[in-house]
Ligand binder design. Structure first.
Ligand code: Z5A
Length: 206
């Protein structure tokens, strides 16, 4: 059986960058690594991603949003994540269930019991380690400005929304201290990578 890792954080926290660095480092040590992103990672999931992230005159209501993220997750878990784990691979996810807890639970204010029920249906598996790259909404805004790209529907939310999402991640980390490592995302790329790689190698060796 393989091993599942995930990265979390508000937009601009550095997840995609750190996923790539970790995947390269582990591949270089001879591991077979599969990287996937949520929402997406499957044909169906990429279509759902557009429904969720494209700006629209009729955006999904919070419950519809929750269920669309869950549908994309059910598809990727069944058709990509579990098969890769069964082949003994390391799977690295750019976002997973903690994102729903933070964004739909704290950001949108949906009841947490609903979030956890849907999570049990759509995922049913847990990463061995999740790195929550913790950045303040102000730091996130500076990175987004520096990047200068047009924002999608979720990225267009105000900093107050990001602040609630961050609180959601911190609450989730409090509930799962054995799984979720909170990493200061304002540190340098290299120092974050070194810390995460050491942690991942420790888990793989155990
Ligand atoms: N969402 C949800 O609501 N519920 C769910 O269940 C799930 C998702 C699964 C998906 O976006 C959206 O869906 C997301 C949450 C919601 N919405 N928001 N907002 P996504 O995950 O595909 O995209 P994102 O979070 O918006 O990605 P991002 O903005 O690209 O962020 P990132 O991957 O964390 O960061 P990055 O691309 O690696 O880095 C951003 C920039 O910062 C880049 O220029 C880097 O070079 C720079 N960077 C990275 N690390 C550093 C450090 N350490 N120092 C300085 N600069 C750095």
């Amino acid at each position: 059986m393989g091993i599942l890792f995930s990265f979390e954080g508000i937009d601009g926290a550095g997840k995609t960058t750190q996923v790539a660095l970790l995947a390269d480092a582990l591949s270089g040590r001879g591991h077979k690594v599969t990287c996937l992103r949520e929402p997406g990672g499957t044909a169906l999931g990429e279509k759902i991603r557009s429904l969720l992230l494209d700006k629209s005159d009729e955006p999904p209501v919070p419950v519809a949003e929750l269920l669309l993220f869950a549908a994309a997750r059910a598809q990727i878990v069944a058709t990509r994540v579990k098969p890769a784990l069964e082949r003994g691979e390391i799977v690295i996810l750019d976002r997973f269930t903690d994102a729903t807890f933070a964004y739909q639970g704290f950001g949108r204010g949906l009841p947490l019991e609903q979030i956890l029920s849907v999570e049990a249906i759509a995922a049913g598996i847990e990463p061995a380690r999740t790195w929550f790259l913790d950045l303040t909404p102000e730091q996130s805004a500076r990175r987004r400005e520096a990047r200068g790209e047009a924002s999608d529907r979720m990225e267009s939310e105000a900093d107050g929304f990001r602040s609630k999402v961050r609180d959601g991640y911190l609450e989730r980390a409090k509930r799962h201290p054995e799984r979720i490592a909170v990493v200061d995302a304002s540190a340098s790329l290299e120092s974050i990578h070194e810390r995460i790689l050491a942690d991942a190698l420790g888990i793989l060796a155990a």
